[in-house]
Design a protein around this ligand. Structure first.
Ligand code: HEM
Length: 428
């Protein structure tokens, strides 16, 4: 059941049917390392030649135009990806072999971005209180302190890896502070959630499912102990708030609290860390933009918005049609999968003039990097503040930043876009 009335998102009709027949032949491989390194040329070709493309493996639909992506996100005729259901199906196979994926199956079924109303509405309302603008603004001072502490460690080295020395530890510390995770457990939790982040990718092997189930068990074993401590001695943190909600009969179970905390830790650290890395790389590749930002630090809010558009940390989302949909000239049947390319929509020239240019003064930057509608990213305000403080502090305090390597590797994922490392040199 959907809250909103189902509206058919017919947006733009594609003309020239003959040309389209030819273009249907366009084949590309989502898992090609070249696509991983730079998906944007493929996105451009798809968007202009076959904007509602039927992928040759599995037959999922790939949507690349901004207007179409936005319309599907807002449509009442779609539901979220059924990944938790497919884990359940694999679980049956595992159980025959004396193993199971029970923890992973339940936990992901309580990940907000896999849920649908009314369950999604209830759980999101409980969690969103902790991500209000007021709460996020209250974190500014602590975020500045963490950034300064991290930069102090490398200030005299003349070199650093922006991913390992700043972006990743900052995002882990901030989400830990919100949740109330003590320092000594943060690194271990980060490693486990890294394993779990494979859940977003479409092709996952049985070994990876087993590893993800194990990592989820470990995360939850640790969090259960922490929750028991907070029950005895509540603090000003999100875990204690969720326990209060449970006690106030908000129909929140212990297993749901565990799933919510697992989701928030993972969603909060990976995406923001990648955004800071992607953003710093973009600024290094556009030195005039970097200089402009150095001279006018008040441009940081618009610069971060542009960075998030230009190289989005989440490139794709999946939805499933609940009714037949007309998008472009295609009919997508109920039950079929639709892959929404946020990264492609954010480079659509029909929406963003000169989309492949980084322009920190860009006006009208209504990108879809945080999605839209009922699943709009809960941590968007927090991610923005973290990226703004990290990037401005780094470029103001460290003069003459230069890339220390031209051989940069991307993380191996078609959904998550981030760098494995971003080594730089600077003047001490
Ligand atoms: C720049 C960094 C970030 C990006 C690009 C990003 C992107 C997204 C996107 C695209 C979605 C929509 C998923 C869907 O519709 O299927 C989403 C949802 C979500 N994000 Fe983020 N995110 C970021 C940072 C964060 C942070 C810092 C947190 C938490 C602390 C967070 C928590 C969530 C949660 C809980 C959802 C699920 C919301 C729902 O389904 O109702 N995100 N995010």
């Amino acid at each position: 059941m959907f809250e909103k009335k189902c509206m058919n998102p017919k947006v733009i009709s594609t003309q020239n049917s003959e040309k389209r027949e030819l273009e249907k032949a366009f084949k590309f491989n989502l898992f090609d390392p070249k696509f991983n390194a730079n998906p944007y040329p493929t996105y451009h070709r798809l968007r202009s030649e076959d904007p509602v493309h039927r992928y040759f493996v599995g037959g999922d639909w790939i949507v690349t135009r901004y207007a179409d992506v936005k319309a599907v996100l807002k449509s009442g005729c779609v539901r979220t990806d059924d990944r938790p259901k497919s884990i359940q199906e694999r679980n049956k196979y595992f159980q025959d072999k004396g193993k199971n994926l029970n923890t992973l199956a339940y936990t992901t079924s309580r990940f907000l971005f896999y849920m649908n109303p009314p369950d999604h509405t209830r759980l999101r309302a409980l969690v969103s209180k902790s991500f209000s603008q007021v709460v996020v603004e209250g974190m500014r001072y602590r975020i500045r302190e963490i950034v300064d502490e991290l930069l102090d460690k490398v200030r005299h080295q003349g070199s650093m890896d922006i991913v390992a020395d700043l972006a990743s530890p900052l995002s882990v510390s901030v989400i830990s502070k919100l949740l109330g995770i003590p320092k000594e457990a943060q690194q271990q939790l980060h490693q486990w959630t890294n394993v779990l982040s494979r859940i977003l990718d479409p092709l996952v092997s049985l070994e990876e499912y087993t590893a993800m189930n194990k990592a989820t068990e470990k995360i939850q074993e640790y969090l259960s102990t922490l929750i028991a401590e907070r029950e005895k001695d509540p603090q000003e943190d999100l875990i204690s708030n969720l326990i209060r909600a449970k006690e106030q009969n908000d129909r929140l179970s212990q297993k749901e609290i565990l799933a919510i905390c697992t989701l928030l830790f993972g969603a909060g650290e990976e995406t923001t860390g990648n955004t800071i890395g992607n953003g710093m790389l973009a600024l290094l590749q556009y030195p005039k933009q970097m200089e402009k930002l150095k001279r006018e630090p008040t441009l940081i809010a618009s610069a971060v918005e542009e960075i998030i558009r230009y190289d989005s940390a989440i490139q794709m989302l999946t939805r499933i049609a609940t009714e037949n949909l007309e998008i472009g000239n295609q009919t997508i049947k109920a039950g079929e999968k639709i892959v929404l390319c946020l990264g492609a929509a954010n480079r659509d020239p029909a929406q963003f003039p000169e989309p492949d240019e980084l322009n920190i003064n860009r006006e009208q930057n209504q990108h879809v990097a945080f999605a839209d509608s009922i699943h709009y990213c809960l941590g968007a305000a927090l991610a923005r503040v973290e990226a703004q403080i990290a990037i401005n502090t780094l470029i103001q305090q460290f003069p003459d930043l230069k890339l220390a390597s031209n051989k940069l590797e991307r993380k191996k994922s078609i959904v998550i876009r981030g760098l494995k490392a971003l080594p730089i040199n600077f003047t001490c």
